[in-house]
Design a protein around this ligand. Structure first.
Ligand code: COA
Length: 253
């Protein structure tokens, strides 16, 4: 079965993560399929892209069983850099992108949403970067993109506490662009958010997105490498291995 599904509506491409049994954890398989789709849509003529998840999560983040199996800092670094590159591809798409979050968007899942131009969510959704509870830090750009949105002090707070942020609070903080009640409303809202830009110059829109990100992007690529390096060193520590094992074992009982 495909781990990522796509369909088109009114010129908007919907990319739906489709591994609900693991809350759309970003396994290598899901990331590979997503990567392929991102390459293909570069050549399509679209009005925009909505990314969402099947089931009760947008995505619960990097696949913890894969993280735990990374043998050393080099493997962990390469693993993280690959994820970073795929998420950055979303940010660099020539289309407007909107994450439509229904349920959990945590860790790498939230980082994926942060790479989109906009984010909408149902009120029951929760977003956050809980990596600290596994003894690690975000490794797919979260330290950079959340900071860009809410400023360094709030980002530090959320990443150090690992707090799950309720949708209404995330909306007030500007992390989410809109919130709604139901999943049906959500997908429609995401589509409408994109279609409101119909008729506007797509190159101008692209430039605006790039320039507004530039505001804090002076050393973005260097910072991403540093993030991956710090995260890789933590992933290969015994402290984190024990925490990840605890998470995986709890689920088996
Ligand atoms: N990686 C791998 N598997 C994951 C996962 C992840 N990030 N998140 C959830 N899953 C799996 C669980 O192991 C479980 O599998 P099982 O049914 O085979 O036991 C399944 O998805 C359902 O998750 P579960 O934890 O049982 O659901 P819950 O409702 O009790 O809790 C969450 C939901 C999101 C709070 C919890 O799954 C969680 O904390 N996930 C990890 C979030 C995280 O730390 N992300 C950052 C990773 S670096």
């Amino acid at each position: 079965m495909d781990k990522v599904k796509t369909h088109q509506e009114d010129g908007v491409l919907f990319i739906i993560l489709n591994s609900p049994e693991t809350l759309n954890a970003l396994s290598s398989k899901i990331l590979s399929e997503l990567d392929l789709i991102l390459d293909e849509i570069w050549y399509m003529k679209l009005k925009g892209v909505v990314i969402s998840g099947e089931g009760r999560a947008f995505s619960a983040g990097a696949d913890i069983s894969e993280l735990k199996s990374l043998e050393n800092i080099h493997q962990a670094y390469e693993y993280l850099r690959r994820g970073q590159r795929i998420l950055s591809k979303i940010e660099k798409l020539k289309y407007i992108t909107c994450a439509a979050i229904d349920g959990y968007a945590l860790g790498g899942g939230f980082e994926l949403a942060l790479a989109c131009t906009f984010r909408v969510a149902t009120k029951k959704s929760k977003v956050g970067l809980p990596e600290i509870n596994l003894g690690i830090i975000p490794g797919y750009g979260g330290t950079q993109r959340l900071t860009r949105l809410v400023g360094p002090q709030k980002a530090k707070h959320f990443i150090m506490t690992g707090e799950f942020i309720e949708a209404e609070k995330a909306f007030e903080l500007g992390i989410l662009d809109d919130i709604c009640e139901t999943r049906e409303e959500l997908l429609d809202k995401a589509k409408k958010l994109i279609l409101q830009f119909e008729g506007k110059n797509p190159t101008a829109l692209r430039y605006i997105s790039e320039l507004c990100n530039l505001h804090s992007d002076g050393f973005f690529e260097d910072n991403m490498r540093t993030e991956a390096l710090f995260c890789a060193s933590l992933i290969s520590s015994q402290f984190a291995k024990n925490k990840m094992q605890e998470f995986l074992e709890k689920r088996k009982k």
